[in-house]
Design a protein around this ligand. Sequence first.
Ligand code: CAA
Length: 258
Amino acid sequence: MAFVELEVKEHIGVLTINRPEALNALNDEVIRQLDQVLDSLDLSVLRCLIVTGAGQKAFVAGADIAQMSGLTKAEGEAFGKLGNDVFRKLETLPIPTIAAVNGFALGGGCELSMACDIRLASDAAVFGQPEVGLGITPGFGGTQRMARLIGMGKAKELIYTARNIKAPEALSIGLVQAVYPAEELMAEAEKMANRIAGNAPIAVRACKKAINDGLQVDMDAALVVEEKLFGSCFETKDQTNAMTAFVEKRKHDPFVNC
Ligand code: CAA
């Protein structure tokens, strides 16, 4: 049973969590399949990955509550580690990732979207961390990524109150970068992905690494991270191609990813 599907459109991958009968809820099998699909990505071809949910109603409605309901303390910790490890793999994927949030993004679903680089939402999307209403904390990185993305005060408010928010509020607090009519969401996500894919792939990856790694260290160390990655770009054919074309006042050849 394919709970996670991957469609490749030239340089763009579209990864779909496909369990619509349970609003794409994440049980351990779905998470393991997500792990396998992430491992299988051909990063010599792909330049951007879109993550979305099957059906009209949900992106992902959270971790599977029925499966979690009987867990022991040790099993709960292991389930959290399983989700955290896979979401971290997604977060540190060398290529950019866009969450196309097409409906409910609750609990583990909101956390999945926050493990992506960019969040685009349909006007029907709903975000939230309802865990404290279920007697647990967020378990797939929500306490950490939400505070980093929207600030500690707002993250604490949303997590302590377990209040769900609709797309316009998610936009206003910076949780999502844009909101589109539902029927336009995937086309807009692909448009952005294709725009990213049209830029020099090694430089784009270096930008992702510089931002992600730089945010983990102090400013002096962060600027060194950038300097090293900036320097490494000057070894690439894509840099020579683009800058030579600029100097010669012509369009550069297509980027070749080396
Ligand atoms: N886990 C398991 N099954 C789920 C699910 C979840 N998180 N969310 C929805 N489903 C299932 C429902 O049980 C239902 O299954 P049946 O048809 O077999 O009864 C089916 O999906 C459709 O759901 P509803 O009938 O509930 O649909 P609705 O439109 O009435 O409500 C909803 C939609 C508001 C999203 C509601 O389903 C809901 O509240 N879901 C749970 C959301 C939630 O609390 N998520 C957080 C989980 S905890 C977590 O994620 C921890 C973590 O950080 C790792």
